[in-house]
Each structure stands twice: as C-alpha cells, then as structure tokens.
Design a protein around this ligand. Structure first.
Ligand code: PRT
Length: 111
C-alpha cells in the first residue's frame, strides 16, 4: 500500500514539463511534441502487453508504471487534466461496461 497517487505524479509531471531542465526526461519528451509522446506511450503499451502474458509479476508491475507515466505525459502535452479523465471514469460507473456496449448495439462478448 502506498499513499502516492496518480494526482501526485501528474503534479510532478506538470512541474517537470515546464521546468526547462535539460536533465529532465519529462521536459525533453514533452518538448519533443505530442507525436513523440504518443509514440513512446505506444512502445510502453506494447511492452506492457507482452509482460501481461508473461509470468513475471515484477516485470508487469514495472511496465504498468511506464504506461501510466507516459499516459500522464501525453495528457500534460495535450493540456488535458487528469481530473477530466477521472470525471469520465466516474460517469461510467453509472452503468456496467457490457450494458454500455449493448446500448451501442455491440456484441456483449468482452473480447
Ligand atoms: N515515473 C517516471 C518515469 N517512469 C519512466 N520514466 C522514464 O521513461 C523512460 C522509459 O523509456 P525506456 O524504458 O524505453 O528507456 P530508454 O530507452 O532510455 O528511453 P528512450 O531513449 O527510448 O526515450 C526512461 O528514461 C525512464 O527513466 C520516468 N521518468 C520520470 N518519472 C517521474 O518523473 C519525475 C521527474 O523526472 P524528470 O523529468 O526526468 O526529472 C521522476 O522523479 C519520476 O517521479
């Protein structure tokens, strides 16, 4: 259990992205533009996907951390607050995922 939250990390990312510090990975990545941030996120997502079907829990934990960090970097680069994403997720709690999919005419198979 940890008291460190995604809000905390988003705050660090926002500060570092605007720091102008040449030693900051975050500042360098955000400075390279949204497309570069998105490409990095895609790479990390693939690495997490591969880790998900492996049996090494530590590897998946590390890759999941990379995915969350790089997703927050994209949100920072696009100026979308994490609170907007959380509000979207909260609004979705009113309905099950399968019910929402069925309401759009989608098949209820989660695959
Ligand atoms: N949580 C992270 C974090 N997770 C992953 N990473 C970086 O993300 C990169 C992941 O890329 P790879 O694994 O592909 O490594 P790489 O090959 O060196 O990366 P590339 O050359 O392909 O860009 C690594 O450089 C990691 O260090 C992170 N960098 C920063 N943070 C947080 O951001 C804070 C500020 O960091 P700076 O902006 O660097 O000061 C840190 O204190 C942390 O809290």
């Amino acid at each position: 259990m940890t008291d460190f939250t995604l809000d905390d990390l988003a705050g660090i990312i926002a500060t570092r992205a605007r720091s102008g510090d040449p030693g900051s990975y975050t500042a360098k990545l955000v400075g390279a533009g949204v497309a570069r941030c998105a490409r990095k996120f895609g790479e990390e997502a693939i690495e997490a996907t591969l880790a998900a079907v492996g049996e090494d829990d530590e590897a998946l934990t590390a890759e999941a951390a990379d995915v969350l960090f790089h997703l927050l970097v994209i949100l920072e680069a696009r100026g979308i607050p994490l609170s907007s994403v959380m509000a979207e997720l909260k609004q979705r709690t009113a309905q099950s995922g399968l019910a929402e999919k069925a309401s759009r005419g989608g098949a209820v198979d989660p695959a």
